[in-house]
Design a protein around this ligand. Structure first.
Ligand SMILES: C[S@@+](CC[C@H](N)C(=O)[O-])C[C@H]1O[C@@H](n2cnc3c(N)ncnc32)[C@H](O)[C@@H]1O
Length: 275
């Protein structure tokens, strides 16, 4: 396992994923019944953007640091995400954002395989009895931890995409997780480097038999160079009411703040499969 999220924390892909995650969590909280969150690839929970991994790559300067500087977004569709980032201090990873939005009876289970990152996360949330941290394989956890007793849940799947099989793993994991928990809201992040791989993944999901799927994506440029992270997407199964409109507004504002105006930049919200 070579991937360490500390090198990428706060980049545009994190902003995209986390801004949509915050909206999804607020949608889950519309109903009073408690919900469960499974964060299958959790990372360490927060990241010091002034420390060496982040300063070496400078990825946050094209992401959260640029977004925070664009004060105009403070009361727009990104307001809830920006406010949480400001409130939580160190750049919050998905477990910290989720923790901040849990209500007293909601629960969070995090899986993280890297031994150091697992320990860091376990220590970070040790005092919160609503959170369990597992050194457990994400794909196995989709079988083992679903369905949750709460019967309502959000599953965030955020793999590192270190190897070529990750799109396959993701499609299989979504199909398996959905078979275990048909009413769950599944949010799966994917990179857009080369379009062919993304199209193959979306086609596999379209043909999977899983219903009610939307893919929200952002492109910083035309994806001509597969060595670069040209954009990314979040595929959502069972999206909450009004997700498509909210995602369009969030990603459009994000691109306005962090886009560099390169040819081909844009936002797309695609309904892959109807309800
Ligand atoms: C993209 S990072 C997660 C970032 C985190 N979700 C966030 O938004 O703050 C992916 C994480 O998954 C971990 N990981 C990789 N393969 C895994 C697996 N099979 N099961 C669980 N964790 C895994 C990596 O160590 C890494 O910390």
């Amino acid at each position: 396992m070579n991937y360490r999220h500390a090198y990428h924390a706060g980049n545009f892909a994190d902003c995209m994923k986390h801004a949509l995650l915050v909206w999804l969590l607020s949608a889950m909280a519309r109903k009073s019944a408690p919900f469960f969150v499974l964060d299958t690839h959790a990372g360490t929970g927060h990241y010091d953007l002034d420390a060496v991994p982040a300063t070496r790559t400078q990825e946050a300067s094209g992401g959260i640091l640029r977004l925070l500087a664009a004060a105009a977004n403070d009361d727009g569709p990104l307001a809830a995400y920006i406010a949480l980032v400001r409130r939580l201090g160190l750049y919050p990873g998905s477990p910290s954002l989720i923790e901040a939005m849990l209500r007293p009876d909601d629960r969070l289970a995090c899986c993280e395989l890297h031994p150091d990152d697992f320990l860091a996360l376990r220590q970070l949330v040790a005092r919160n009895p609503a959170i369990s941290v597992h050194r457990r394989d994400a794909w196995e956890a989709l079988r083992g931890l679903l369905p949750p007793p709460q019967k309502r849940g959000l599953i965030l799947i955020d793999p590192p995409f270190e190897d070529a099989e990750e799109f396959d793993n993701l499609a299989k994991g979504l199909i398996l997780g959905h078979a275990r928990f048909r009413t769950g809201v599944f949010a799966a992040w994917y990179p857009i480097k080369r379009l062919a791989q993304v199209r193959q993944f979306l086609t596999a999901m379209r043909d999977s038999g899983v219903r009610d799927i939307v893919a929200a994506s952002i492109l910083l440029r035309e994806p001509l160079d597969p060595a670069r992270l040209n954009g990314c997407g979040l595929l959502v199964v069972n999206p909450p009411f009004q997700f498509e409109a909210a995602a369009a507004a969030i990603l459009t504002d994000l691109l306005a703040a962090i886009g560099t105006g390169e040819p081909g930049q844009g936002v797309a919200i695609d309904r892959l499969v109807d309800e």
